[in-house]
Design a protein around this ligand. Structure first.
Ligand code: DX5
Ligand code: ZN
Length: 218
């Protein structure tokens, strides 16, 4: 399988999200990456359920919803109703991660787990077989436009080894600071999904930028 590209609408124009939807629908993008921030788990507030519901009406591709919130269990059914296809929770926000993952799957969604830059891969040892996607944060979550943390390359390799050893089907997603400078190396290390916010929406030719990430031609 060739890798997937997931533009993050966090960097789109919130006063006019329709062009962002059209861009993702018609470009070579694979997923909508949708960042929900609560101002508690991360020091920023983004948007929530009503905005996701509104864009769902115009979207033709998979909704990859990244919850940067505490107590995500409370809202699993709501995010399903809003249109989430993949629901990712943070390892650091879940006391009973196994239960949370089962609850996400019981709603018919794929279950993702995100790791902050300081959270080691080995903590997924006993849960990796239950996970559909692991989101490795390559910046500290909370804001778009930050610099890529170089140690992520090592984490991808460690995660890939764990996935292989445990016969897991989890996809490896990289989130934060992805651009032409690191995309090819990320995929070479084992990344399956590249999230990109400011690199796509800050571009003069976002459709071409998405294509570049997909084809790894810059
Ligand atoms: C950061 C978010 C990212 C963000 C990435 O907390 O999870 O998805 O949108 O933005 P860039 O690509 O600009 O680093
Ligand atoms: Zn994200």
């Amino acid at each position: 399988m060739s890798h997937l590209v997931a533009p993050s609408i966090l960097s789109a124009d919130f006063a006019n999200l329709l062009p962002a939807c059209e861009l993702i629908n018609t470009s070579k993008a694979d997923y909508y990456h949708i960042d929900v921030m609560d101002g508690v788990f991360v020091p920023n507030i983004s948007f929530g359920l009503p905005v996701i519901k509104a864009i769902k009406k115009h979207a033709t591709k998979t909704f990859d919803v990244h919850l940067m919130i505490v107590e995500p269990d409370k809202y699993i059914k709501d995010f399903k109703a809003a249109g989430a296809d993949i629901l990712t929770v943070h390892y650091e926000a879940c006391t009973h991660l196994h239960r949370t993952i089962q609850a996400i799957k019981a709603e018919g969604m794929k279950a993702g787990v995100a790791l902050n830059p300081h959270t080691p891969i080995y903590l997924l040892e006993d849960i990796i077989q239950d996970i559909d996607l692991v989101c490795l944060m390559s910046v500290n979550p909370g804001f778009g436009g930050q610099s890529y943390i170089e140690n992520t390359y090592n984490k991808i390799k460690d995660l890939k080894a764990l996935i292989t050893r445990k016969n897991s089907t989890a996809l490896i997603e990289i989130d934060g600071g992805v651009s032409n400078k690191n995309a090819a190396e990320l995929v070479a290390c084992g990344a399956d999904v590249l999230v990109a916010g400011s690199y796509v929406f800050g571009s003069d030719q976002p459709e071409k930028t998405i294509e570049g990430l997909k084809e790894l031609k810059f």
